[in-house]
Design a protein around this ligand. Structure first.
Ligand code: OGA
Ligand code: MN
Length: 292
């Protein structure tokens, strides 16, 4: 079957029809790599993947992140019979038995942090290259995932701003974004297990050679700057990069496998009736080989 690539947005993001990710081979992986280097977000339609197949396909593109080994409120999912592999991040609104999480559940407040603009794992020193999110059960309404193109945003910045941010470094922490949305309170053990990381605000995207903003709600401040000034600059850049002209909103279809490059995009979840409807999404995350 021939592969069709259809643009979803003027700057980035394509739909790919006619690929089968359940049977990866070097030619298929090279094709996906080329699509991603150019377009940064790829929606692979009509994939029927189980967790093993998702892991096998994702491994074509590097080492995978595993769920943190610290056992606490959120990582209780380590023993999750629904999701047995540590390479699979459970992005559903379900508990281990497949029941919808109740309103006061910690896992629910933790998940609300995904509704802030972010890049996955920017709070790790070896941060993520790609994330691959597989739609196993979709919500019939709401729950779009929005993506912002931070290469196009960088290109559109005024020259004075580009000069201002050149060389700046931000500190990123998972607990910063969790405090801002959802109010999740980490334990001392969680704080120790997931310390902050530092990354340059402007990085060159290896696949395209283009510069991209590396910003996110995990970024709390700029190194060497007063906290409030750093925060203001980060907010200004996030507001700029998420203007409508840089954003693609993805409406999920069953069987979509959406791949995004965290190094040159941001994304966020949008609300849905998570107490009434079921949404089962599973993410694999490819780790950088060396810190950028
Ligand atoms: C993620 C994420 C958004 C969504 O899995 O990293 O941010 O819409 N997901 O579920
Ligand atoms: Mn995410």
């Amino acid at each position: 079957m021939s592969v069709q690539i259809n643009k979803l947005h003027p700057h980035f993001a394509v739909e790919v029809v006619g690929l089968d990710a359940s049977r990866p081979d070097p030619a298929l992986c090279a094709q996906v790599q080329a699509i991603m280097d150019t377009h940064a977000v790829a929606v692979l339609r009509d994939q029927t993947l189980d967790d093993e197949q998702q892991i096998a396909f994702s491994r074509c593109f590097g080492e995978l992140e595993v769920r943190p080994a610290v056992r606490t409120q959120v990582t209780e999912r380590i023993d999750n019979p629904r999701v047995r592999h540590n390479e699979i991040f459970d992005v559903s609104n379900l508990d281990q038995a497949g029941r919808v999480l109740p309103p006061d559940d910690d896992r629910r407040s933790y998940a609300l942090g995904n509704q802030l603009w972010h890049t996955d794992s920017s709070f790790r020193q070896l941060s993520a290259t790609w994330s691959l999110l597989s739609a196993r059960i979709v919500s019939p309404v709401g729950a779009d995932t929005e993506f912002a193109d931070t290469r196009a945003a960088y290109d559109a910045l005024p020259e004075a701003m580009r000069a201002r941010i050149d060389g700046l470094v931000a500190e990123h922490s998972i607990w910063h974004s969790r405090a801002r949305r959802g109010g999740y309170q980490p334990s001392a053990e969680e704080l120790r297990a997931r310390p902050p990381a530092r990354h340059r605000l402007v990085r060159t995207h290896p696949g395209s050679g283009r510069k991209a903003l590396y910003i996110a709600m995990h970024a709390s401040h700029i190194i060497g700057w007063p906290d409030d000034e750093g925060r203001d600059l980060l907010d200004e850049l996030i507001d700029f990069a998420t203007r409508p002209e840089f954003v693609y909103a993805h409406k999920w279809r069953l069987g979509d496998l959406v791949i995004w490059d965290n190094r040159c995009t941001m994304h966020r979840a949008t609300p849905f009736d998570d107490l009434g409807l079921v949404r089962d999404m599973r993410r694999t995350t490819v780790r950088e080989a060396v810190s950028a």
